[in-house]
Design a protein around this ligand. Sequence first.
Ligand code: UDP
Length: 417
Amino acid sequence: MIEEVKIQEKKLADYRKLMPENLKLELKRLAEKLKGKKIVHINTTSREGGGGVAEILHGIVPLMRDLGINASWYTIEPPLKFFEITNKIHNGLQGKGKKLTKAEKDYYLAQSKKLSKHVEKLGAHVYFIHDPQPLALTYFSKKIDPSILRIHIDISNPLQDTWKFLLPYVSDHEKVIVSIHEFINKDLPKKKVVVFPPAIDPLDAKNMPMKKEYARMILENMGINPSKPVIAQVSRLDPFKDPIGVIKAFYIAKKTVPNLQLILLAQNLADDNPYSKKIFEEVKKHTKGDPDIHLFYDPKKMEYENDIIVNAVQIASDIIIQKSTKEGFGLTVTEAMWKGSAVIAGRVGGIKIQIRDGYNGYLVSTINHCASKIVELIKDKKLRHTFGRHAKKSVTENFLLPRLLRDHLKTANEVLK
Ligand code: UDP
């Protein structure tokens, strides 16, 4: 019912050029008390396309080991029905969807109880529980303690029925980590809440330096002309990512920039979401067969691996768009800013702590606003470079893996008994 995830080795020393001296010292200090201690991370998936949590764990678990901590990562493997229910919980926590039925609540708790019997055997000194699916486990075993719950979504305004049901299980954790202040739920005691944002791994294939000429060649092989203006959104096809709004903004901007091209990179990596196929058809309809709109959905049809394509698109496009209308953190924004790209993104969620409007990117709220900023930036190469330079600096200082490692170690130190 639980499975250990195989971890590729990583060395903190490889990140030294990206870390200020005080961060290096702090990591050393924080690791001291945790040396030899067993830290277990629990979540639901480890595979590529499994979302930000899997990417983050592939980053921080090996670095914890490198610091002498006995860190490991397990995924829970309950029946599929469990995930259908936790999907509803995920939506409910964000104030969407329907109430859970009594049967669903009972099933969720019964499975959590079963899973807890497996997890308690791990005998860790600290448990990190990631996201809502495994959050109730700790309640059913005194041995899964101390535990820290890491929630990536906005839980400030949940469906009341779902929240009331979950509150005892959420409260069972020693600490609850959210990404930004806005996501804090006021029912949780202040001293329980910890706030820190996610981060990207600068040494991941997706974020490694890539020559611009090589990135442009990849775009060319994908049927895009890199010598004409290119804008791109790299995102799942989810209504909150507003792909149709992006297309509408593109059409408005194209009236002023006739040779403008749009890339919508939305590879369906998880391949288990029938809903996304439906949105794909709808988005495709809006492209009206325009040869300047390049929508990529099926990874099997691509010549290059996902990470390479994401990297190339974020490097070679003139502007990266992330026109979300709701967003947790927005790793695509971080990734593009890290590459020194000019970003235009929705003024929502975690994007607001990444972009300082008019300094290292633009924040927009409407389609027209987005279109006017596209035109402005396409015409102003110098401003694009200035934004890119500022963007890279702010990601280097705030949103790279070693800082995220520090925040986890700090929280682990606080709960260690
Ligand atoms: N992504 C990808 N291939 C795609 C589209 C997106 O690998 O074709 C990645 C993207 O690079 C980012 C992640 O999916 O790392 C999306 O994270 P984000 O926080 O932006 O949004 P989420 O999908 O978690 O809501």
